[in-house]
Design a protein around this ligand. Structure first.
Ligand code: NAP
Ligand code: ZN
Ligand code: ZN
Length: 348
C-alpha cells in the first residue's frame, strides 16, 4: 500500500479537512503519480455537498489532476518515471462494452470508475481523487501533458477543457458557425478559447457584467448580460450552437429562442434540480436540446494537444490546500477568475 495525504469532505455540511489514507499496491499495469496540482471543479462541490445524491464519506474530491510519474509497473509501456501526466474524471471503465470499444468510455455501459466517490475495479474499494499527494492509476487512463503546457495550467483541462472540447467538436463549432457559451466560469472560459481556436464566432451570455472585458480578452466577439431581458429579443435566432455551463438552477426557457432553425442547445452544467421546459420553442424551429459528458481518453489527449498547439490555457488562481473551503465559497459566488488550482506540494 502507498500512504497518501489528502483533503477530504466528511459530511455534506462540514468544511473539508486533512485526511490520511492508503492507495492500492500498484499492479503491473499501474502508474504511480506524484500529484503536483489539482483543479477545483464545480462538480467537486456538488458531490461533497451531496447535491447529486448521497456521497460516500469521506470523499477526497479532485478530478483535474496533473503530476509526475513516480513509478511504473513492469508491464507499463505508455509512461515512464519522470513523465508529466494527467488524470481526469475516470480512472477505469469496463473496456468491453460497445462504447468502451469505440473510444467513448465516458459513456461506458457498465458505468466508468469515477476518480472519486466511486469504486475501483474490484467494485468495493472507494476511489479517492486528486486533492492529495499521490494516486495509482492504470496506464490506459493516464494522459500525457504536452511540453507547451505547464502542469498547473494543464490540470483544469482534464475536466473543464474536455467537457467543452467534446461538444464543440461533436456539434461542429468552426468557421461560419455562431456559438454562444452560457456562464463564464471554469468551463466557460476554456470553452470560449477552444471555440475561437476552432474558428467559430463566440458570444458569452453571462449574469456577471464585470466579466465583459475578460470575455473579449479570452476571444469572444460579443458579451451579453443575461440580466437584461432585451438580450433575449435582440439575439433571437442568432446561434447555431449554445453550450450551457451554468451550475445553478436557471430558467432555460428563454435561451431556446436564441437558436437558429436546427440549432442545438447543449447542457454540460449539472444543477441540483430538474428543469422545466416548454417544448414550443424547440418544436417551432426544429431546435434540439442535448447534453454532453466530459470526453474519452483518446479525445482528452487530442484536446490537450490541441490546447498546446493553439495556446489555449486556463486562467488560474493557485491556492494552498488549507484554502479549499474559502475557494468553494468563492466558486459559489461566481467569483473565480477562472479556476482555482491547488498546489499539492503545500500539503502538510
Ligand atoms: P463555475 O466555475 O462555478 O462556473 C459556473 C458559471 O455559471 C459561473 O461562473 C457563472 O457564470 C454561471 N452561474 C453561476 N450561478 C449562476 C446563476 N445563479 N445564474 C446564472 N448564471 C450562473 O463551475 P464549472 O466548474 O465551470 O462547472 C459548471 C457546471 O458544469 C457545474 O454544474 C458542473 O458540475 C458541471 N460540469 C459538467 C461536466 C460534464 O461532463 N457535463 C463536467 C464538469 C462540470 P457568469 O458569472 O458568467 O454568469
Ligand atoms: Zn469536473
Ligand atoms: Zn464500458
Amino acid at each position: 500500500m502507498i500512504r497518501a495525504r489528502g483533503i477530504a469532505a466528511f459530511s455534506a455540511t462540514e468544511p473539508l479537512g486533512p485526511y490520511a489514507f492508503e492507495r492500492r499496491e500498484p499492479g503491473e499495469h499501474d502508474v504511480v503519480i506524484d500529484i503536483k496540482y489539482c483543479g477545483i471543479c464545480h462538480s467537486d462541490i456538488h458531490t461533497v455537498r451531496s447535491e447529486w445524491g448521497a456521497a460516500r464519506y469521506p470523499v477526497v474530491p479532485g478530478h483535474e489532476i496533473a503530476g509526475v510519474v513516480r513509478a511504473v509497473g513492469t508491464k507499463v509501456t505508455k509512461h515512464d518515471v519522470g513523465d508529466r501526466v494527467g488524470v481526469g474524471c475516470f480512472v477505469d471503465s469496463c473496456r468491453e462494452c460497445a462504447h468502451c470499444r469505440q473510444d467513448l468510455e465516458q459513456y461506458c455501459l457498465e458505468g466508468f470508475n469515477a476518480t472519486y466517490n466511486g469504486f475501483e475495479k474490484d467494485g468495493e474499494t472507494p476511489t479517492q481523487g486528486g486533492y492529495s499527494d499521490v494516486i495509482v492509476v492504470d496506464e490506459n487512463y493516464v494522459l500525457k501533458v504536452p511540453d507547451a503546457l505547464t502542469l498547473e495550467k494543464a490540470a483544469p483541462l482534464l475536466c473543464a477543457g474536455i467537457t467543452l472540447y467534446s461538444p464543440l467538436m461533436h456539434w461542429k463549432a468552426g468557421p461560419g458557425k455562431k456559438v454562444a457559451i452560457i456562464g463564464l466560469g471554469g468551463l466557460g472560459h476554456i470553452g470560449v478559447q477552444i471555440a475561437r481556436a476552432l474558428g467559430a464566432e463566440v458570444t458569452v451570455l453571462s449574469h456577471s457584467e464585470a466579466k465583459r472585458e475578460d470575455a473579449r480578452r479570452l476571444g469572444a466577439r460579443a458579451f451579453a448580460s443575461t440580466r437584461d431581458p432585451r438580450v433575449f429579443s435582440d439575439l433571437a435566432g442568432s446561434f447555431d450552437l449554445i453550450v450551457n455551463t451554468v451550475s445553478a438552477d436557471i430558467d432555460m426557457g428563454a435561451y431556446f429562442g436564441l437558436l437558429k432553425r436546427d440549432g442545438a442547445l447543449v447542457a454540460v452544467g449539472l444543477p441540483e434540480k430538474p428543469l422545466v421546459i416548454h417544448p414550443f420553442p424547440l418544436v417551432m424551429m426544429r431546435r434540439s436540446y442535448a447534453g454532453s459528458l466530459i470526453g474519452s481518453i483518446k479525445e482528452t489527449q487530442e484536446m490537450l494537444d490541441f490546447c498546446a498547439r493553439n495556446a489555449v490555457a486556463p486562467e488560474i488562481e493557485l491556492i494552498g490546500p488549507e484554502q479549499v473551503n474559502s475557494a468553494y465559497e468563492r466558486v459559489l459566488r461566481s467569483d473565480v477568475r477562472y479556476r482555482f488550482v491547488i498546489d499539492m506540494a503545500k500539503i502538510g
